[in-house]
Design a protein around this ligand. Structure first.
Ligand code: TXA
Ligand code: MG
Length: 348
């Protein structure tokens, strides 16, 4: 049995597996990660193999204290100003859903960073992850624990469905709190850039370090990706999906075999009164109970992948999804939904 609920015993076992070069799927506050010892190239190779992930796509290195940062990164290669910004970010946003691209320490094998001289480093805000990291190698390289290109797992059950027995141990810590991957921020270039929208909104980063460039969602896929998370079709459910704004979804007639994924209940109600769908129609609302816009994007982010996983394992032929208000986490939600929509045309 490669599946255990988080406990002192299972954490110790998981740490031993990591130290022996094995793979452990573990919960973080964003999504489940597929972890390996960040200093062991053989273990890292297994991560790529199990995920069927191309070797050009670098992994995120997870640490559990600021003191270990320099084991993974070489901060001497940052100038004074960048170092200041890094410490501002780390002090205020770590632990948390922010991965920062830094010059890599030479101890990190090239396979972890796909040959790049930089490494994405993250300090997750989840006790289980922190304990696993500090009980084992001090730094764990972990991509999301899903087959490459598919939806990230927000529950241990998703990992079991996607990767099954290929993982030495799946640690079940319940559903993840944020439900979307971390924001990836590159501070090594001339300007500081967001490479992937995620759990830390751009506004929060800009309050600390001033305005940042956005390279996330780069349309020109062939121009050389600075972050393969920018691949246009990524984070995709198997079911085709159309992304519609509020006005468009209200006008979208119900089609047999389709599901509707609304951002908010009032848009759903308007749609219901206009389209009068049959009783068996599959209708979901991402932010059903939230009181404010901020609370509603949080709620929607936390259950987005759950809903997509569920629709993917039912008989739904097409998903019509409403975009989120493009503020705070809404940007990350829209980013994932628009990638899910790539290559999806409605087929009746
Ligand atoms: O929330 C998360 O970030 C989750 C949990 C498990 O921590 N991890 C995750 O990892 O989403 P993954 O491998 O699915 O996504 C990592 C992203 C990819 O888009 C990758 O291209 C980018 O980070 N990345 C990693 N290292 C990079 C580097 N040195 N330069 C540019 N992009 C990098
Ligand atoms: Mg991933």
């Amino acid at each position: 049995m490669n599946y255990q609920v988080v406990s002192e015993e299972s954490l110790n076992k998981a740490a031993e597996i990591i130290l022996n070069g094995g793979l452990v799927a573990f919960p973080t506050e964003t999504v489940y990660g597929l972890g390996a010892n960040a200093f062991n190239p053989h273990a890292l190779a297994k991560v790529f193999e199990v995920k069927e992930r191309p070797f050009f796509d670098p992994l995120i290195i997870h640490i559990a204290s600021i003191d270990t940062l320099e084991k993974a990164a070489d901060l001497s290669l940052l100038n004074e100003e960048k170092r200041k910004k890094l410490f501002l970010l780390a002090e205020n946003l770590w632990p948390g859903p922010l991965s920062i691209i830094l010059p890599k320490n030479e101890n990190i094998p090239g396979i972890a960073t796909a040959g790049l001289q930089t490494a994405a480093i993250r300090f997750p805000d989840y006790e289980t992850a922190q304990k696993l990291i500090s009980l084992s190698s001090g730094a764990i390289a972990a991509p999301s624990a899903n087959p490459f290109g598919l939806l990230s797992p927000t529950r241990a059950e998703h990992v079991r469905q996607g990767l099954g027995e290929k993982v030495d141990l799946i640690l079940d810590g319940g559903p993840t709190r944020i439900g979307l991957e971390s924001t990836v921020l590159d501070i090594t270039g001339e300007c500081i850039s967001i490479l992937r929208f995620g759990g830390t909104p751009k506004e929060i980063i800009e309050k600390l370090i001033g305005s940042v460039h956005v390279a996330a969602g780069n349309e020109d896929v062939n121009a050389g990706l600075s972050s393969p998370g920018q691949l246009k079709s990524h984070y995709a459910p198997r079911t085709p999906l159309s992304l519609l704004n509020q006005e468009a979804i209200i006008e979208q007639p119900y089609k047999p075999g389709s599901a509707f994924l609304f951002f908010d209940a009032s848009t759903r109600n308007e749609w219901l009164s206009k389209q009068n769908p049959p009783k068996m129609a599959v209708i979901k609302v991402l932010s059903g109970s939230a009181a404010s816009l901020e609370a509603s994007t949080l709620e929607a982010a936390s259950c987005l992948f759950d809903n997509l996983h569920e629709l993917d394992s039912s008989n739904i032929k097409h998903i019509f999804a409403q975009s989120a208000p493009p503020k705070g986490l809404g940007e990350a939600i829209n980013d994932r939904l628009s990638r899910a929509a790539v290559g999806s045309a409605y087929q009746s």
